[in-house]
Design a protein. Structure first.
Length: 346
């Protein structure tokens, strides 16, 4: 029996199937009354990675959910990637994951449930790596396969890292190379080299444990993970939230080795151009094909971290144990005073 390729059953893939930034902004508009809760430290009013709720004078609970359609053909790897992507939001807030529950939609009439079982097994393997259990969940029948997690984490309130707390002079670091969306598009097109597929999966199944490890460093001021809106989109959220700007050194931004083989063939996901249209007006220097990487939607992408100069020695020392892809030796840019644009590319 021929093995089923999951990407054949999804229109989008991974974080590339997210609703585009402009459409999401419209979707989230509301005039409804909201409960005022002083214990809700991070909620809908912030464009952050997760909600944060204080449970006592010291600790806070972090709550997030993330799910998408298949980005790879193998069911076990799909589960691993989706789990890693969802858990990343807790690490991006500086927290420790403590529990996860699954979210599964499956086209039972098209794909045997044995494949869904393998998706869950893949998720369990990543949860084990994160030190938590897959403790339950919910499943429904859908037209496309969908999987993700709702994840709960915990952190000291003083160690919570928001994406809007960057300060002038902070150096910017990116913990994983860009290009995951391009490789996923190449997979769907049938031109992805086997060695590049292996690397893509390795990157997407590497947990962002660095976030928790550096959360107690004074001077690690802001953090977020780079996912569906690309580096430009998530950096815009960081600078806009802090009423600041940023300069990026294009040559210092880590990218997947050999990615030019695919960019020269104009291989990219649909949301890349949607990201460009959304963020180009507030970005200076996005003039050429560099948008293919800077607007590329990442799935289980790296952490974008803003670090004060005084904290650099401690941050770089701790980061060594987590720099699996050799991205953290030098910054990719710096936070600056607010200017006309939110981002300047050099």
């Amino acid at each position: 029996m021929q093995k089923i390729k999951l990407t054949q059953y999804s229109k989008g893939s991974g974080c590339g199937c997210k609703i585009a930034p402009d459409q999401l902004s419209t979707l989230l508009q509301s005039n409804s009354k909201e409960v005022i809760d002083i214990n809700l430290l991070v909620g809908n009013k912030q464009n952050d990675d997760a909600a944060v709720y204080a449970i006592d004078d010291t600790n806070a609970i972090i709550s997030t959910t993330d799910f998408f359609t298949p980005i790879v053909d193998d069911a076990f790897d799909f589960g691993r990637i989706a789990a890693c992507n969802a858990i990343s939001d807790v690490f991006a807030m500086g927290g420790k994951p403590i529990m996860a529950i699954g979210i599964l939609g499956w086209p039972i009439d098209k794909i045997p449930t044995s494949y869904a079982q393998q998706v869950l097994e893949g998720a369990r393997s990543v949860c084990f790596d994160a030190g938590i259990s897959l403790s339950g969940g919910h499943s429904i029948e859908t037209s496309e396969p969908i999987f993700g997690l709702a994840v709960t984490g915990i952190a000291n309130k003083n160690n919570i890292k928001q994406n809007s707390k960057a300060q002038i002079g902070d150096y910017l670091f990116l913990s994983k190379p860009l290009g995951l969306g391009i490789l996923s598009a190449a997979l769907k097109r049938g031109i992805l080299k086997p060695e590049d597929e292996k690397l893509m999966i390795e990157i997407m199944t590497t947990l962002n444990k660095l976030g928790q490890a550096v959360s107690n460093i004074e001077g690690v001021n802001a953090m977020t993970d780079v996912t569906g809106f690309g580096l430009i989109g998530h950096l815009t959220e960081m600078t806009k939230g802090a009423n600041l700007s940023a300069s990026l050194n294009l040559n210092d931004i880590p990218t997947i080795k050999g990615i030019e083989f695919y960019t020269t063939q104009f291989c990219y996901p649909d949301i890349t151009t949607k990201n460009l249209n959304a963020y180009n007006p507030s970005t200076a220097g996005l003039n050429g094909l560099e948008f293919l990487l800077l607007c590329d939607p990442q799935t289980a992408g790296g952490l974008l971290i803003a670090v004060n100069e005084k904290a650099l020695p401690e941050f770089l020392e701790i980061s060594k144990a987590f720099d699996k892809f050799n991205c953290l030796q030098k910054p990719i840019g710096q936070i600056e005073a607010q200017a006309e644009k939110y981002i300047y590319i050099n």
